[in-house]
Structures are given as structure tokens and as C-alpha cells.
Design a binder for this molecule. Structure first.
Ligand code: GLN
Length: 199
């Protein structure tokens, strides 16, 4: 089955995720409403600016729809600002977070001079070839809860983590040509295929 995967399209680099998910074999759709979130098997929360995202989401009911998506077996992938949203706790500065994944993130934690940089790590569970990484004013994952698996680390720090069907990364896989992370997310969405709400 080709899953339908939504990309929260209120702010940030959602278009690049739509393209990356398409490359990875999913039907990708932009989501701006509860009804649209209710119709997908998985949802990407893109990078952007988490405070702005939270403000735009306020009162839309989308947070509840994302919780319902997870409850019905759907998958969520938060990248960068999206990782900040799905975390249990956000520090420096503290900010509301949805608590979908038991991690603590610190915003803009690479410091001003080096707040955007590129790198690569061995692909780990995605295969031996180095995985290119782009960080843009990225958060750092400062704490990982006991049930959370670290899939990729940079200099010993987790940069891609997962618990159940919730995945979070501090880098931007959609901005490189390497589709292994998006393919893994598509597989997560297919595994035990989340039912579309109301069917
Ligand atoms: N610095 C942003 C924030 O705190 C995240 C940056 C990004 O998503 N590229 O929300």
C-alpha cells in the first residue's frame, strides 16, 4: 500500500517534504485543517520557526487531530521546529510542547556563529553510506527517555530518535538528495497501516 502522508503546511519548508515524500513512494498532501490531518496515515511537521508554528496552530484543533492520528496507529515525523513541537519538554527558552515523544530539546542550541552547518554521519540503520546532514538554527536533543531509540548521532549526541511511530530529527533530510530517512518514515506509516479516521 502507498500511504497518504500529510505535511503540516502552515509555515516552514513543507514543500521540500512533499517532494521528498513523493520521491520516497508516498502520496504526499499538504495539511492545513483538522479534516486533512484526519485523512492521512502519517504526518510530517516540518522545520520552520516553532514559536510561529505554535501561534498559527492555536485554536485550529490540529494538535488534537495529531494526537488522534497517533492514537489510531498513524506516524508522525517532526524535523527541527517539528521536533521541538513533538518533544515532551522544550528548554532555553521553555515553550509549550505536545509531549508525543519523551525527549527534552534545547532550541537554537548550536550557538549563533555556527547555527547553520552541514555534515555527514555513517547511515547507521539506513545503511553504511554516509548520510548528508543540514542543520539550520537547529535544536539539540538534551535528554532521551528510556523508551526512545537513538537512530543517528552526531559527535555522540542524538540527532534522529524514535519511539513507536513518532520520529524526530534535528536536521533537514528534505534538503539533501538522500531519501533514506523519508523512505524509513514511509515504511513506519505503512507498518500496521493506520486507518483513516472515520472509516
Ligand atoms: N530555530 C527554530 C525554532 O526554534 C527551528 C529551526 C528550524 O526548524 N530549521 O523553532
Amino acid at each position: 500500500m502507498n500511504p497518504t502522508i500529510g505535511v503540516l503546511a502552515l509555515q516552514g519548508d513543507f514543500a521540500a517534504h512533499v517532494a521528498a515524500l513523493g520521491d520516497a513512494g508516498a502520496r504526499a498532501v499538504e495539511c492545513r485543517t483538522v479534516a486533512q490531518v484526519n485523512a492521512v496515515n502519517g504526518l510530517v511537521i516540518p522545520g520552520g520557526e516553532s514559536t510561529t508554528l505554535l501561534r498559527l496552530l492555536d485554536g485550529t484543533g490540529i494538535e488534537g487531530a495529531v494526537r488522534a492520528l497517533v492514537a489510531r496507529g498513524g506516524a508522525v515525523f517532526g524535523t527541527c521546529a517539528g521536533a521541538i513541537l513533538v518533544a515532551r519538554e522544550t528548554v532555553r527558552p521553555a515553550q509549550a510542547a505536545w509531549g508525543l515523544l519523551d525527549i527534552t530539546v534545547e532550541r537554537n542550541a548550536y550557538g549563533r556563529q555556527v547555527d547553520s552547518f552541514e555534515g555527514a554521519v555513517p547511515g547507521g540503520p539506513f545503511g553504511a553510506a554516509p548520510l548528508p546532514l543540514i542543520f539550520i538554527r537547529a535544536p539539540r536533543i538534551r535528554r532521551v527517555g528510556p523508551g526512545v531509540e537513538t537512530l543517528l548521532a552526531l559527535a555522540g549526541e542524538p540527532i534522529l530518535v524514535r519511539a513507536g511511530r513518532v520520529l524526530a530529527g534535528t536536521f533537514h533530510p528534505e534538503l539533501t538528495g538522500d531519501r533514506r530517512v523519508h523512505r524509513a518514515f514511509v515504511e513506519l506509516c505503512v507498518a500496521r497501516g493506520a486507518e483513516v479516521a472515520g472509516r
